[in-house]
Design a binder for this molecule. Sequence first.
Ligand code: ATP
Ligand code: ZN
Length: 213
Amino acid sequence: MQQKLKIAIQKSGRLYEDSVKLLKDCGIDVKNGINKLKTEAENFPLEIYFLRDDDIPQYVEDAVADIGIVGENVVFEKNKKVQIVEGLGFGKCRLSIAVARKDEYTGVASLQGKRIATSYPVLVENFLQSKGVKAEIHEISGSVEIAPGIGLADAIVDLVSSGSTLFMNGLKEVEVVLKSQAALIRNENLSAEQMQVLERLLFRIRAVKKAKN
Ligand code: ATP
Ligand code: ZN
């Protein structure tokens, strides 16, 4: 019996459907496991774990899962010891700075000394530091886009795809901190046998990606 590779994917949310679809397009029969923690593929040596996206880098570092699908934004924010194997072409978004539409914005320097609300304190800190700007970073876990409207912050840094959420909250996008997509990540110490299974999976993923172009 071949050793099974454990893959962690998002339990529900923006990456869930595309992650399951990718595995299915790879010919792997994933039984719908949205209410379960775990399911097994019958025709491929893969065990699928459904987890919160934020936890996936840690689980992969700890080898609770061998590989995972998660946004690059989360991978870089969490800064865990994992390897990015392949960009997957879905979950595309950007981590952007936004300010009130009525505010004048003349460049990153205008954020000096301001209060910035975000769920991505590490990425924001790195970005500001690279620009030589010091600001007060307030970490909040959700609904970041309402922070300026309720007087909690002067600016926010949040994920954007269409920009409609920003617009609805009276904000404008002024700076892109990071462009992101979903990526396949792996534990750094996989066995030769696990690497073989990963290569088989990767071969199929690349074929699926090619067929889409
Ligand atoms: P969980 O309950 O798993 O913690 P979440 O609420 O943190 O979920 P989602 O909103 O489902 O996360 O987003 C998951 C990922 O989808 C993001 O980390 C990002 O990589 C990607 N994504 C793509 N477009 C967007 C967008 N417009 N807004 C937020 N995330 C996006
Ligand atoms: Zn999350």
